[in-house]
Each structure stands twice: as structure tokens, then as C-alpha cells.
Design a protein around this ligand. Structure first.
Ligand code: AMP
Length: 226
């Protein structure tokens, strides 16, 4: 299954991506995670990406596209993948189509996680991430038992620079201008399924898996012959 996950920042893409990828046995490829790993590792790519990320802007397409092209050429992505956070504009979607044409494997489906913007601001500004293991907590929805400390590993929790309220608003604006047109692009090519991403994490995962199962590689084989 070759799957793209779209939805505004804070729709829960990262969390859902993990569960969905595990369910269908495909690697989760998150451009945001790859950029953050490069920032922590102090690489040239990380230094370049950081200034865009901190401002809530998109990293330039040439940089992002080259990184995704490289990642999709790795062995674990041959039989399928879940892309989380890419494409993020129509030009990146064109690049992805080009890569898929080259490898002769079309996209299976695009899943849109729908959530309203007020909810997104609440979700993102309450988010706290563990410095050590990367687990994401939420001050209101999923608080750690002691403030500022990760229950899983004892690491220190921090607020991502791009989760501060002003930056969140800017990211939503970037989403509305650049990423929302993608949804029309995929809808018009009949590649889109949308689900309501509000509610408990497990309920959203269940909705996602139900919506995606007909597109899994073995779904066709399971259908009765006509
Ligand atoms: P995310 O974790 O997906 O919200 O991504 C965090 C930040 O990484 C974004 O605000 C962008 O600065 C950058 N980023 C992630 N994916 C992309 C992409 N496909 N194109 C450009 N920038 C991206």
C-alpha cells in the first residue's frame, strides 16, 4: 500500500500514521521527523531546515523533494509506505507522481484527516514532547503524571518552537494557502478518502483503518471473482 496522509498541523497525523503504518505493515515516512532528526544531529540539512521550521514555513521544495526521493529509494519502501507530511503543496504532489511513475507503482490512496482550526490551536499549543524518547503528551488530553517529566522514560518534556500559539496560527495559514489546494487536487483525481479526525485516538484509528482497508494490496485478491 502506498499511502499519503494529509490534514492540518495538529490533526493527529503523526500519531495516526504510527498506528496505520503498523496495521498495514508499511514504513511510516514523516518529513517533519526526518527534518527534526537532522536538526538534532546538527547536519547541514538540519541547519538549513531549522530556520524555516522555527518560523512555521515550508522548507524549500528542492531540499524536501530530494530528501523524499532518497528516502523512497531505500529497500524498506519497495513494497509500500505511508507518507506523513509530504506532499505539502501541489508542486510536491507533482514530484511524488514523477517518482511513482519512475518506479511504476501508483499511489493507492490519500487519507484526509478532517479537523477544525480552533481545535487544532488547542491541540498544538498543549502539546509537550519528550527530549529523550520523542513521545508526545498533551497538557489537557494526555497529561504526564508529573508535570514536565515523561512517564515512559523520565526524560524532560519541552514545547516545540513551532507549537507556540503565534507560530501555530502561521502554520495554519500556510496550510490553508499551500496544502489545502492539494486536497482538491487529489479529490479531483478520485484518490481521496476523508475521515473525521475528532475524538479519541483509538476511534480515529478505527475509522482510518476501515476507510483504508479496501485499498490494501491484498484487498483486491480477497474480493470474490466476478
Ligand atoms: P510536521 O511535523 O509535519 O508538522 O513538520 C514540521 C515542519 O517541518 C513544517 O512546519 C515544515 O517547516 C517542515 N516540513 C515538514 N514536511 C515538509 C514538506 N513536505 N515540505 C516543506 N516543509 C516541510
Amino acid at each position: 500500500m502506498r499511502l499519503v496522509l494529509v490534514g492540518p498541523p495538529g490533526a493527529g497525523k503523526g500519531t495516526q500514521a504510527e498506528f496505520i503504518a503498523a496495521h498495514f505493515g508499511i514504513p511510516k515516512i514523516s518529513t517533519g521527523d526526518i527534518f527534526r532528526a537532522n536538526v538534532s544531529g546538527g547536519t547541514d540539512l538540519g541547519r538549513l531546515a531549522k530556520k524555516y521550521m522555527d518560523a512555521g514555513d515550508l522548507v524549500p521544495d528542492e531540499v524536501t523533494n530530494a530528501m523524499v526521493r532518497d528516502r523512497l529509494s531505500q529497500d524498506d519502501a519497495v513494497d509500500g509506505f505511508l507518507l506523513d507530511g509530504f506532499p505539502r503543496n501541489v508542486a510536491q504532489a507533482g514530484e511524488l507522481n514523477g517518482i511513482l511513475d519512475e518506479i511504476g507503482s501508483p499511489l493507492s490512496v490519500v487519507l484526509d484527516l478532517e479537523v477544525d482550526f480552533d481545535e487544532v490551536v488547542k491541540r498544538l499549543s498543549g502539546r509537550r514532547t519528550c527530549k529523550k524518547c520523542g513521545h508526545v503528551w498533551h497538557l489537557e488530553y494526555d497529561p504526564p503524571s508529573s508535570p514536565g517529566v515523561c512517564d515512559k522514560c523520565g526524560g524532560e518534556l519541552y514545547q516545540r518552537d513551532d507549537d507556540h500559539p503565534d507560530t501555530v496560527r502561521h502554520r495554519l495559514d500556510v496550510y490553508a494557502r499551500q496544502t489545502a489546494p492539494l486536497i482538491d487536487f487529489y479529490r479531483s483525481s478520485d484518490q481521496l478518502v476523508a475521515i473525521d479526525a475528532l475524538g479519541a485516538v483509538e476511534d480515529v484509528t478505527e475509522r482510518a483503518i476501515e476507510a483504508l482497508t479496501p485499498f490494501a494490496d491484498d484487498a483486491v485478491a480477497d474480493e470474490p471473482a466476478s
